[in-house]
Structure formats: C-alpha cells, structure tokens
Ligand binder design. Structure first.
Ligand SMILES: [Fe+2]
Length: 245
C-alpha cells in the first residue's frame, strides 16, 4: 500500500514515532536535488550510447579513447584542481565556476572546460537524430543566418578556421540572440574570458583526438559528417532553457 508524504508524516506523528520522524526530516531536507546535482555534475557521467553507436561517422575506437582517456582525464584533473584550490563543489555549480574561471589557475580552466565541454558534447549527438531543428530554434536560426544551410556553413567555417585545438559553438548570447563562435583549447562561451559570451547550445570538438584515427588531417570531412549525428531535440531544449531566463 502506498502512503503519500503528508499521510506518512501524520501516520508517524500519531503512531508514537514522531520523535524519530522529527529527527529524520532535517536529514532528508539536506539531500535536496540541487545539492546532489551540484556535486554530481563534477563527475564523469555514463556515455548515453555505446562506443560504436555513432558509426560510421565517428568510429568506435575514437569514441572509446575519447571517453575513457581524454574526457576521463579532464574529470580527474578537475577533481584534483578542486582539492588543490579548495573549491567546494557542493557550494559552487560548474557553470558558476566557468563564469568566474579567470580567478583560477590554468589547470582549473583547462579541466573545468574540458569536463563541461565533453559532458555536453556526448549529449549533443545521438545515433538516429532528427534531421533538422524545428519550432522556435528553427525560426531563430533562419532569422539570424538566413537558412539552416547558411548556419551550417558559418558554424563549419568557425570549426575549420579554429587553429590548433578547440571548439565551434552556437551560442545564445545574453541578449537572447544567436551567434556562431569558436574557442581555443577547452575554453567555452560560459567563461568570463570568452570573446563571445553566452549559453552554448551546440558545440563541436575539433581537437585532433576527436577525429584523427578515422579522418587523419581531413577535419572538414569530419565536420561535414558530424551533422548526421546532431541531436536537434536536445539542442532545442537547451535553446528553450537559454531563452527563457
Ligand atoms: Fe575531446
């Protein structure tokens, strides 16, 4: 038989177990979802699909090394930096850390960015994606860039032009408008050091570790194929969240 919380509290009060209940409730209230979320977001989460799920566009070996070596190292090194720099991960959200990253060491900047960017990147892809964005995001892309193809060209150009290692982004800026940008290394648009600041809703990893095994030096081929994997439903959700603030 299920008992809702109110009935359960009443039951405990009237059954002689009120003392135990009152001692228990404050402990329960400390485990609020936001606190658990804050602590959890600093930890590498399970990959939402298998290593081979994004074949043929991203090969299984690349995915396995990317997730278990590169991304795992960012999470581990971020944890180390938090200890060294005495950052309370229960009191500071990852996003707030990134927004104030100029106050921390390069190790914190590289690994906080690396961890956040990769956790986002896995969610931005899926094996059987919708082919195009819809709704408010589609309208905003058309309004800003002229068409979806024009947006893809602008985004692809930013990804191709990023010298060395980095990321290309679709960003909702603080005024609610869309922009394409790119950042070096593991920086991202949330950081106070970013040229174009805002909420990243789509991002592409153009570090060689993301594509070199399959594509070698042909970064443009990797970029063009990646569009087959974009999880537009998730991008739309991020767009809705970023524009509702
Ligand atoms: Fe990466």
């Amino acid at each position: 038989m299920s008992i809702n919380i109110q009935n359960r509290r009443q039951f405990l009060k009237t059954s002689g177990k009120a003392t135990m209940a009152m001692a228990t409730l404050p402990i329960i209230s400390k485990l609020s979802p936001s606190i658990l979320m804050n602590s959890n977001e600093y930890v590498q989460q399970p990959l939402p699909y298998g290593y081979a799920a994004l074949e043929p566009y991203i090969d299984a070996l690349t995915m396995e090394i990317h997730y278990t070596k590169h991304a795992a190292a960012y999470a581990k090194n971020l944890a180390d930096a938090c200890v060294t720099e005495k950052l309370d991960t229960n009191a500071t959200s990852l996003i707030n850390l990134l927004k104030n990253i100029s106050h921390y060491t390069p190790k914190m900047r590289n690994n906080a960015g690396g961890h956040y960017n990769h956790e986002l990147f896995w969610q931005l892809m899926k094996p059987t994606p919708a082919t195009t964005p819809t709704g408010a995001l589609a309208e905003a892309i058309t309004k800003t860039f002229g068409s979806l193809d024009a947006f893809k060209t602008a985004f692809g150009d930013a990804a191709k032009a990023r010298f060395g290692s980095g990321w290309a982004w679709l960003v909702v800026k603080t005024d609610g408008s869309l922009a394409v940008s790119s950042t070096p290394n593991q920086d991202n648009p949330l950081m106070d050091v970013a040229e174009t600041k805002g909420s990243p809703i789509l991002g592409l990893d153009v570090w060689e570790h993301a594509y070199y095994l399959k594509y070698q030096n042909k970064r443009p081929d990797y970029i063009n194929n990646w569009w087959n994997l974009v999880n537009w439903e998730y991008v739309q959700k991020r767009f809705a969240e970023a524009t509702s603030i």
